[in-house]
Design a protein around this ligand. Structure first.
Ligand SMILES: [Zn+2]
Length: 429
């Protein structure tokens, strides 16, 4: 009986709530360069960790990769590389096979257009039906409105983190260029924000707003007054004015001084989400890379926003790992919070299994989102999807073994968290 549940999950389609896939054009540009190293994905960060504090930066030479790979092949990041490679090419990801892996990867993509490459890896091999992509819909991106650079089963998340962690007039200049509105006052900045959103919305492919500010600041969002905000705006906008006797033409203003403007604009974004019922994705918890400060990133800090914007639907990323239990309790309490395990299966499969099991005991299953590969290259989705499916299958098997779920309940729950909840949430059915 259990093996059937496993089969059901291993062959079930997924909704990828979060990915950063590069455009067809970027893929074409780099096509010839993809090698065994293009399989590492997030594992690159574990290599840096394994190398210790006196190593220099990113590991991009084969000698260091070969030396460090054995120590990271056991982590979630490492195991996803191994299972992706095995599933696609039938061989082990080991230094001995690196040349062969490059050869097969190149042969696999050789006779395919970029669109066919994406269909092959995302649809056929990772069995993903929908993708919400984060990367295209950014006002600083010159190709921002070219949705034809992706398959038609992609929706896009609008992201403007620099504006919400503003420290100089860079983000204002970007919005001026994008909207052709001269941002001469706070009022006009708000107009430019809304015009930017309109431009993305009018493509018909906008899926959500994405707030990724945890990479730049803490998630504590105050409610500044108009007066405080205008002071901050003027300080940033009018650089030629003298402040305390000095004229600062370069570099950032004091970020603390600018914070009121960041927070104020975040509230304007959330008002817009409320007005048009646009989902809001928020990065919480662990931060990609190395040397990242986690201290300000937990979902708990967002409670004032959940409280204020009761009609806004929040898709809260990465299980807020390592604070996954906290997010489970928040999601149980707040009807507007949807806890999401995108990327979590890659970071720590064991803790994510425990988390899913816990959440299912506390949170109605129509609110839980199970997966997002969160990666740049389409073949990496395969390993991350397998790892997630294995984890989901183990959780469901255990619930059935313990007599908590019947087999049909386990299937109903798996279908919901893997696909149907996302289709409903993002209005795709
Ligand atoms: Zn991401």
């Amino acid at each position: 009986m259990d093996s059937t549940i496993k089969d059901f999950i291993m062959t079930h389609e997924l909704f990828s709530y979060h990915d950063h896939h590069i455009t067809f054009a970027e893929f074409e540009k780099k096509r010839a360069s993809y090698s065994h190293k293009a399989f590492l994905g997030y594992a690159g960060s574990d290599l840096v960790t394994a190398a210790g504090p006196r190593s220099s930066g990113y590991i991009n030479d084969d000698a260091r990769l070969e030396a460090l790979w054995p120590s990271i092949r056991t982590t979630g990041y490492g195991r996803a590389v191994v299972s992706g490679c095995k599933e696609l090419f039938g061989i082990e990801y080991t230094p001995m096979n690196f040349a062969r892996i490059t050869e097969i990867l190149q042969a696999t993509i050789a006779d395919k257009s970029a669109a066919e490459v994406y269909d092959y890896f995302i649809k056929e091999k990772a069995n993903i039906r929908w993708v919400v992509q984060d990367g295209l819909f950014r006002p600083e991106n010159e190709e921002a409105l070219q949705t034809n650079l992706y398959p038609n089963y992609y929706k896009f998340a609008v992201r403007m983190d620099d504006l919400f962690a503003i420290a100089d007039n860079g983000p204002l200049e970007i919005l001026e260029r994008f909207t052709n509105i001269a941002i001469l006052s706070l009022e006009r900045l708000i107009t430019a924000l809304n015009t930017t959103i309109n431009m993305f919305r009018d493509t018909g492919r906008m899926g959500a707003f994405k707030i990724g500010i945890a990479y730049k600041r803490d998630l504590i969002v105050s409610d500044p007054t108009r007066n405080e905000t205008e002071q901050a705006f003027n300080r940033i906008r009018d650089r030629k004015a003298f402040y305390n006797g000095s004229q600062q033409n370069t570099a950032a203003v004091n970020q603390h001084e600018a914070r009121a403007l960041s927070d104020y604009m975040l509230h304007r974004l959330l008002e817009r989400a409320d007005d048009e019922n646009i989902p809001v994705q928020v990065h919480t918890g662990y931060l990609a890379g190395n040397w990242c400060s986690l201290a300000g990133s937990k979902a708990l800090f967002l409670i004032p926003l959940f409280e204020k914007y009761r009609r806004v639907r929040f898709d809260i990323f990465h299980g807020s790992w390592p604070w996954t239990s906290e997010l489970g309790a928040i999601a149980k309490n707040y009807p507007n919070v949807y806890p999401d395990l995108c990327w979590a299966w890659a970071m720590n499969p064991t803790e994510t299994e425990r988390t899913l099991s816990e959440w299912l005991d506390g949170v109605p299953f129509n609110k839980i989102f199970a997966f997002g590969a969160d990666t740049g290259l389409p073949w990496l989705d395969v390993g991350y999807a397998i790892q997630a499916r294995h984890g989901i299958a183990r959780v469901m098997q255990k619930k059935v073994q313990d007599g908590i779920f019947s087999k049909s309940t386990a299937e109903e729950v798996a279908s919901a968290i893997m696909l149907k909840n996302g289709e409903q949430f993002y209005g795709l059915v």
